[in-house]
Design a binder for this molecule. Structure first.
Ligand code: DGY
Length: 333
């Protein structure tokens, strides 16, 4: 029996590549960069499955070219780079990697929270630039986490894991499950106050974003939302860059509408070197690394490979972004 043909858009950590080579005719983009569009379009034409990354746009053009495609597996929990509706229409399951990166991402959101509150990056520059002459009672005063109010926007797996950490730090926790469905019962246990989005923005000292990027959440945080936050508030984004309107954020940070932003994700990624956000001392930016622990990236790779194999075998496994693909589609009947 011939092996299925699979496309891998960049090297992944761990034993994944070896496993793929054993079971598939594997074509890999072998540079340490995002696979080129031309390469993708050329090779998807003969692929039964693709293991892609969040940097690959799997849109209608790619899906049209992928005539024999049976599964799209992405090594990420977010799948806004994939045209899921078009995959469903074509009967192609989309598999992702939720669960394995929850705690690692929550750790990192909390690290950004502490970085923002306690001015860690500024402190590092202060020392390295030679300003540290003596201990000072007034230098680099920050904000306490304990006793502060954390607003969590999006109370899925990662949002809940962030809440658990905040409880340990003695914070008041406000949450809205999603901005449109924000009134809540106490379904995520005690210690979390479910409020609407505008209350969360107005009352939080720290706002941490944990919603997926969708049509509804694009620019969820814009001029009006930033203006409604406290002047001392800090915004943490480990979700997706376009959830925040970058121009509005620059305006808010440079005009004192909010105090600080700590961003793991930006719009676009990477930011061009002349992006105004890079000029701000009250904005810390890191290169989309919230899930980047050695162990977690290894697990994500393994899950993505298993998802690909399951899809190639026609097996119905969890981690499917479009389970409706298994139902007959109206226009295909
Ligand atoms: C994801 O998985 O969606 C993250 O953004 C990268 O780990």
């Amino acid at each position: 029996m011939p092996k299925p043909s699979a496309l891998l858009t960049r090297a992944i950590p761990g034993p994944g590549i070896e496993l793929l080579q054993q079971k598939c005719d594997l074509i890999i983009w072998d540079k340490d960069s995002v696979a080129s569009r031309d390469w993708l379009l050329e090779h998807i034409a003969h692929a039964d499955g693709i293991l892609c990354l969040l940097t690959d746009s799997i849109d209608t053009v790619v899906l049209d070219a992928g005539k024999s495609l049976r599964v799209v597996s992405t090594m990420a929990v977010g799948y806004d780079n994939i045209h899921v509706t078009e995959c469903t229409r074509r009967g192609i399951p989309v598999r992702h990697t939720p669960g394995v990166l929850t705690e690692t991402t929550a750790d990192f959101a909390f690290a950004l929270l502490m970085t923002a509150a306690r001015r860690i990056v500024e402190g590092d520059s202060y020392v390295k630039q030679g300003h540290w002459q003596s201990w000072s009672p007034t230098v680099l005063l920050g904000h306490d986490l304990h006793g502060g109010t954390l607003g969590i926007v999006g109370l899925g797996r990662i949002g809940q894991a962030v809440a658990k950490r905040a409880q340990g730090f003695g914070m008041r926790i406000l949450a809205c499950r999603s901005p449109s469905q924000s009134h809540g019962k106490n379904e995520n246990g005690p210690g979390i106050e479910h409020v609407d989005f505008s209350t969360l923005l107005a009352e939080s000292d720290f706002v941490s974003l944990h919603v997926p990027l969708t049509k509804e959440t694009r620019h969820l945080v814009g001029h009006a939302e930033l203006r409604s936050m406290k002047h001392t508030a800090m915004l943490i984004n480990t979700a997706r860059g376009p959830v925040v309107d970058s121009q509005a954020l620059y305006h808010a940070l440079s005009h004192g509408e909010i105090a600080y932003a700590a961003l793991d994700v930006t719009d676009p990624e990477p930011l061009p070197s002349d992006d105004p956000l890079l000029s701000l001392s009250n904005c810390v930016i890191v290169p989309h690394i919230a899930s980047a622990s050695i162990a977690t990236r290894g697990k994500m790779a393994v899950v993505a490979v298993e998802n690909l194999f399951a899809g190639l075998a026609g097996a119905r496994l969890p981690y499917c972004a479009n389970p409706e693909v298994y139902q007959p589609q109206p226009d295909l009947i």
